[in-house]
Design a protein around this ligand. Structure first.
Ligand SMILES: Cc1cc2nc3c(=O)[nH]c(=O)nc-3n(C[C@H](O)[C@H](O)[C@H](O)COP(=O)(O)OP(=O)(O)OC[C@H]3O[C@@H](n4cnc5c(N)ncnc54)[C@H](O)[C@@H]3O)c2cc1C
Ligand SMILES: *[C@@H]1O[C@H](CO)[C@@H](O)[C@H](O)[C@H]1NC(C)=O
Ligand SMILES: *[C@@H]1O[C@H](CO)[C@@H](O)[C@H](O)[C@H]1NC(C)=O
Ligand SMILES: *[C@@H]1O[C@H](CO)[C@@H](O)[C@H](O)[C@H]1NC(C)=O
Ligand SMILES: *[C@@H]1O[C@H](CO)[C@@H](O)[C@H](O)[C@H]1NC(C)=O
Length: 549
């Protein structure tokens, strides 16, 4: 790929076209696409980039490691899964603009990647059966914290761990309410909501965004003022990669106390887990807003040798000291039997490491590595619960969990600030009346198809079992826990009717407004993927960018 610097574009294309005539292999087609894209990027951006500094193709030995670098779901990296023609890593904002312009010009799809945590890998794979380029924002990760203004500008490629760390370096009493897993990319994370341990006090990450810079479908950079309130509404919860490419978010910092308290208390079935969880469901959304207690549910070895049992683990952050926490617990949830020795007081940034699962005494600088603690073959689903599940319902659940190798469920409490924000304030509609959200996961270790289908079958059956206990009409789901079982756009065709199936689950009535906004800002459906928001005009005809080649 060196000679393109010496040749004018037309002669290059001629040469490659000749090469193509004598070879029907897709390899040559790929080379043409790669080269046209590269040339076009340099014609359209302010900073010249040599090929080797920002582009990686499948015939470069580093391709796999760059592709895999932030990809979280090993299921999406199997050899049978389609790979990109090219991975482009923009170094400046104008490269991102050029990526949009050039993808259209070359007639190729793009996938946008910030932190790579998409549950179905939609930031680095594509089922749409057309060639695609990954635009990886991993090198755009500047963070500028302004304590006096209670705000920070954060580029899309930064992880939330880096954001938390940079805030904590400037102040011990400021924080940001986003995810628990510190390797999430802030770029994709906020597009779907972004919940974490402070959601009951401050709402979601998306509820605490003040401004944003995006590249739209025309390749223009817009901020809140120039994009207008409709589009600014859509990008804060309407799901990633439907409306534009987020370059950076301006986030609102929130006050945190200098001392917070954490605890982790496990209860197995033998220790009365079912009754305690039944009680947790009565109180989880009603507790003081400073208190967030989630429940992690797994199977573990039982005391009896060779037996398995269910373990429910209560994992909590309290925005205050241990003695006030113990008073609250004694009043509202004495069944857990929380004791002073279970509680650890620490700074907010230490609690971030604790909740993320780092060993105690890990220095917070670990967050700068942006490393993930979670890379697995996995399949996940989600539910929202509006009525407590009765004890016999929980018992049926235990039976099913015990049939699976590595099941994992996480119950996440709502209430507090979450129920004070109206359903239409942002596209994220799961607010008042939600007691908690369930995340279902199954993890496995080996690459075989049979293994994968065994586990995905299991989780689908579990999801069916849970239908009568979950929210209904629609059965709600969290867009950041993307689940293609709920339906998808096929071959780049999007239809309003089809998309409403999953759209109403993720967004309830907000789906209609998302479609109206999409129709206005991206009528040609440039930003599209398996679960993107469809524009209205394309309900029946084939969508897509016009191919100019
Ligand atoms: C281990 C793990 C833990 C998690 N924990 C939490 C949690 O605590 N709280 C929570 O709310 N969620 C959590 N999630 C879900 C997470 O919020 C979503 O997966 C989120 O989309 C990740 O963002 P990302 O940038 O890392 O992912 P990516 O895979 O890069 O992107 C996700 C989606 O957004 C699009 N996108 C990415 N960047 C941009 C951009 N700059 N502009 C426009 N679109 C973009 C992608 O194309 C893709 O469709 C977790 C996920 C994992 C795997
Ligand atoms: C392959 O990619 C790496 C990393 O982007 C780059 O440093 C290297 O120069 C590339 N090699 C070739 C032959 O292009
Ligand atoms: C909990 O409350 C009861 C009665 O209100 C009291 O007797 C008991 O000492 C309290 N326990 C703790 C740990 O505060
Ligand atoms: C898995 O399935 C794909 C296509 O369905 C096939 O190409 C691949 O060889 C299979 N892999 C294994 C390990 O069976
Ligand atoms: C997509 O639309 C085109 C044109 O209408 C049609 O020929 C094709 O079958 C559609 N594909 C799917 C999967 O619906």
């Amino acid at each position: 790929m060196e000679f393109h610097k010496l040749l004018p574009l037309p002669s290059l294309i001629f040469m490659l076209s000749v090469a193509l005539m004598f070879s029907s292999s897709s390899f040559a087609v790929s080379e043409i696409v790669q080269d046209k894209f590269f040339q076009c990027i340099n014609l359209n951006s302010e900073l010249y980039i040599p090929f080797s500094t920002a582009f990686v193709t499948p015939n470069n030995a580093s391709f796999s490691s760059v592709l895999q670098s932030t990809a979280q779901n090993l299921r999406c990296l199997l050899p049978s899964v389609a790979k990109p023609e090219l991975i482009f890593t923009p170094l400046v904002e104008s490269h991102v603009q050029a990526a949009v312009i050039c993808a259209k010009e070359v007639g190729i799809q793009i996938r946008i990647r910030s932190g790579g945590h998409d549950y179905e890998g939609l930031s680095y794979i594509s089922d749409l059966d057309s060639p695609f380029v990954i635009v990886d924002l991993g090198k755009l990760r500047a963070i500028s914290v302004d304590i006096d203004d209670n705000s920070a500008w954060v580029q899309a490629g930064a992880t939330i761990g880096e954001v938390y760390y940079r805030i904590s370096q400037k102040s011990k009493t400021h924080g940001f309410p986003a995810g628990l897993c510190t390797s999430l990319g802030i770029g994709g994370h906020i597009t779907g909501g972004a919940y974490g341990t402070m959601m009951r006090k401050f709402g979601l990450g998306a509820d605490n965004v003040l401004d944003a810079r995006i590249v739209d479908a025309e390749g223009r950079i817009l901020d809140r003022q120039s994009m207008g309130e409709d589009l600014f509404w859509a990008i804060r919860g309407g799901g990633g990669a439907s409306f534009g490419i987020i370059l950076s978010w301006k986030i609102k910092l929130v006050p945190v106390p200098s001392t917070v308290t954490v605890f982790t208390v496990p209860k197995t079935l033998e220790q009365g887990a079912t009754k305690i969880l039944y009680k947790w469901q009565q109180v989880a959304d009603k507790l003081d807003e400073d208190l967030f207690i989630r429940v992690i549910i797994q199977t573990v070895d039982a005391a009896q040798k060779g037996d398995r049992t269910i373990q429910t683990t209560y994992n909590a952050l309290f925005l205050g000291g241990a003695s006030r926490l113990l008073q609250f617990m004694n009043q509202s949830f004495p069944e857990l039997g929380l004791m002073r020795k279970d509680c650890t007081e620490m700074s907010w940034i230490q609690s971030i490491l604790y909740i993320a699962g780092y060993p105690s005494n890990t220095p917070p600088e670990v967050l700068l590595q942006g490393k993930s603690m979670f890379k697995n073959y996995f399949k996940a689903k989600s539910d929202f619960v509006r009525e407590p599940i009765p004890e016999d319902g929980l018992e049926g659940l235990w039976k099913r969990l015990l049939e699976e190798d590595s099941p994992l469920m996480i119950f996440n409490p709502y209430g507090g600030m979450m129920s004070k924000i109206s359903e239409s304030e942002t596209p994220f509609p799961h607010r008042k009346g939600v007691i908690y959200k369930i995340q279902y996961l199954t993890l496995w270790q080996d690459a075989g198809n049979e293994t994968a289908s065994k586990h995905t079958d299991w989780i689908r059956k579990l999801y069916n079992y849970m239908a009568s206990y979950a929210s209904m009409f629609p059965r709600e789901a969290y867009v950041n826990y993307r689940d293609l079982d709920l339906g998808m756009n096929k071959d780049g065709n999007t239809s309003f009717i089809q998309a409403s199936v999953w759209g109403s689950k993720y967004f309830k009535n907000n789906f209609n407004r998302l479609v109206r906004i999409k129709s206005k800002v991206d009528p040609d459906n440039f930003f599209r993927h398996e679960q993107s928001i469809p524009p209205m005009a394309l309900t029946s005809k084939r969508s897509g960018t016009r191919r100019i080649n």
